[in-house]
Ligand binder design. Structure first.
Ligand SMILES: [Cu+2]
Length: 132
């Protein structure tokens, strides 16, 4: 009994050390169609290293653009909106799953996600990234 308790303490201590060594990691699996994303909201931990895997089941190219906190796009998306983007996975071709990694914002909140391809916000390609 004493031995296993010591073992548990060691495992706990080791996991705390490992957690403190690097950023938290998270994975987002997203499917896009020509009518929108598969969810209206996606949640990631603040500051986490996030791997985004997006599959395009639509008939045209799509993207997943995260806007800066408090920024919104009034369609149509255009050059006026490029500065509002925090990070984006673009050029996801038809039938493709594309992956990339980004560091989630450290500030908790609800960040708008949009597809910046002309006409796609209007079709419903809008979601929220919830950072907490
Ligand atoms: Cu799109």
């Amino acid at each position: 009994m004493k031995k296993s308790f010591t073992g548990m303490v060691l495992v706990l201590a080791l996991s705390l050390i490992l957690t403190a060594c690097g950023p938290q990691k998270a994975t987002l699996n997203v499917t896009a169609t020509d009518k929108g994303y598969d969810s209206i909201s996606y949640t990631v931990p603040a500051g986490a290293e996030v791997t985004l895997n997006m599959t395009n089941n639509g008939a045209v190219e799509h993207e997943y653009a995260i806007l800066k906190l408090g920024q919104h796009v009034t369609p149509p998306f255009g050059d006026k909106d490029e500065d509002k983007i925090f990070w984006e996975l673009d050029g996801v071709d038809v039938g493709e799953t594309k992956s990339d990694t980004f560091t989630a914002p450290t500030e908790p909140g609800e960040y708008d996600v949009i597809c910046g391809i002309p006409g796609h916000i209007e079709l419903g390609m809008i979601a929220k990234l919830i950072v907490k």
